[in-house]
Design a protein around this ligand. Structure first.
Ligand code: GAP
Length: 454
């Protein structure tokens, strides 16, 4: 994880929040490459959910919601972690994450000092709305995006004439006052979620639950994630959230071990039932195709952390290898001069890579830079393009490898003669000459056909 954290900072993916003041725990800032990567991960998920599914509509609900929402959802009562403090070294632990012997003996796992009794700690951030700081003005920062979907499900049925089964997808910020934030951006107090709630007829919920588990696994395969690093974990009775009838996590093998990446939950009719009870509004679905049958839909939820997915994508893409000599057949001097060097490479899927193509003139002089600028201008309508003319070509390739750029285009003296360029592939380091006129089409084809091999 240290290598990934330092690469992320060095190359402008992720910075510590408020670093000049010593940093803010649980919060991170996404730099130029990081925000591009995050946006692309979000866009890929959004496309998968809304564009490729006719029966899923999008939503962007407010972070601040009526406080009754969180009473209805059960978060005020149940969204707690067990907390213990060490009276001696003042360390703070989640009681369910340290050996139970230590809890029984009230012994700190770090300094053997005395631990406090275990107490429940609510993870919701509370603040006040308006100028008065009294109990009537309390409002919460949402701890999940899901509730914004449930309170809007009738609006969406009416405005979009949706029929069950259908889904609502949303991407947005969520906040949790996490007791332990470590492992970089894995568990933070401010994060983003990509959640989809699928509304189904009771009795069909188990079949839809299996279907969504299948689809979510297939999605990670499609994104080129190494499936050896993915596995399912089914929640046991003592792990199930207060709303869940059944739940599976997709876990990823992060550098610190197997950890939850995404949850697929059968939330039954719990949420809509509770909102009906607390709001006094009818949350039933009227099935106009079936004699106006009325029922409270069951909900199948797929819930992934966007920022956690970004960490997974970084870990999955990270690779180090020794550059072999003669690994390419092109005209560049890359492998001749750099052979034997260790290269760090991020093997992002080209659809996720922050920079899709880098344009590199071999020399600044003799009109090569001008020619490269023309190519850059042409490509940037359709692709995220970087331009780099500083230093030896091998060094420039290394910089693009570290940023995860899948394609580099090199303009050399031959380009002036025959209007071709060298297209260099990040993963194999192979090179191919391509006519400038066909470059954009070639790149589109390569992106579409991309399959991760390494
Ligand atoms: N709506 C259901 C829900 O929120 P969850 O298992 O608590 O379920 C879903 O969270 C996903 O959100 C997790 O799988 C994880 O990817 C992400 N997530 C949860 N807490 C997080 C945190 N503190 N920091 C970063 N991501 C988090």
């Amino acid at each position: 994880m240290d290598k990934i954290t330092s690469l992320a900072k060095r190359r402008g993916f992720v910075f510590q929040s408020s670093e000049i003041y010593g940093g803010q725990n649980g919060a991170w800032d996404y730099g130029p490459l990081g925000v591009e990567l995050k946006n692309r991960i979000a866009a890929a998920w959004w496309k998968e959910m809304t564009q490729l599914n006719d029966d899923i509509a999008g939503l962007d609900a407010a972070i601040l919601m009526h406080p009754r929402t969180w009473e209805a959802s059960g978060h005020v009562e149940n969204f707690t972690d067990p907390l213990v403090d060490c009276k001696k070294c003042k360390s703070r632990f989640r009681a369910d994450q340290i050996p139970q012997e230590n809890i029984k003996e009230k012994k700190c796992p770090e300094c053997s000092g005395e631990l406090t009794d275990t107490r429940k700690f609510n993870l919701m951030f509370k603040t006040n709305i308006g100028p008065a700081e009294d109990s009537a003005s309390i409002i919460y920062l949402r701890p999940e995006t899901a509730q914004g979907i449930y309170v809007n499900y009738k609006n969406i049925i009416q405005s979009n004439r949706m029929k069950i089964p259908f889904g609502i997808a949303q991407i947005g910020k969520a906040f949790r006052n996490e007791i332990v934030t470590k492992n970089f951006i894995f568990r933070t107090c401010e994060f983003e979620q990509m959640e989809m709630q699928f509304f189904v007829k009771p009795g069909t919920d188990e079949q839809w639950f299996d279907e969504w588990r299948r689809r979510r696994w297939a999605y990670y395969e499609k994104m080129g994630v190494k499936t050896d690093n993915l596995r399912w974990h089914r929640h046991g009775p003592d792990e199930l959230a207060h709303y869940a009838k059944d739940a599976y996590d997709i876990e990823y093998l992060f550098p610190m071990g197997w950890r939850e990446l995404e949850g697929v939950h059968n939330r039954s009719d719990y949420d809509l039932g509770r909102h009906a009870q607390y709001s006094g509004k009818d949350m039933q679905y009227i099935d106009q195709d079936n004699n106006n049958d009325r029922y409270t839909p069951f909900i199948i939820e797929t819930s992934a952390g966007l920022t956690r997915t970004l960490l997974m994508i970084l870990c999955d893409a990270y690779d180090e290898e020794t550059v072999a000599s003669g690994a390419n057949s092109g005209s560049s001097s890359e492998t001749q001069s750099e052979a034997g060097e260790l290269r760090t490479v991020l093997r992002f899927h080209p659809r996720l890579a922050p920079i899709t193509v880098a344009v590199l003139p071999l020399m600044k002089k003799d009109g090569l830079a001008e020619m490269a600028q023309d190519i850059r201008r042409e490509l940037k309508e359709d692709f995220a393009v970087d331009f780099d003319q500083a230093g030896a070509i091998g060094r420039r390739y290394r910089r693009q490898d570290e940023a995860g750029t899948p394609f580099c285009v090199t303009i050399d003296y031959q380009s002036k003669e025959d209007k071709t360029v060298t297209l260099r592939f990040r993963d194999s380091m192979e090179q191919e000459r391509v006519p400038i006129a066909k470059l954009a089409t070639k790149l589109q084809q390569e992106i579409k056909a991309y399959r991760r091999k390494l």
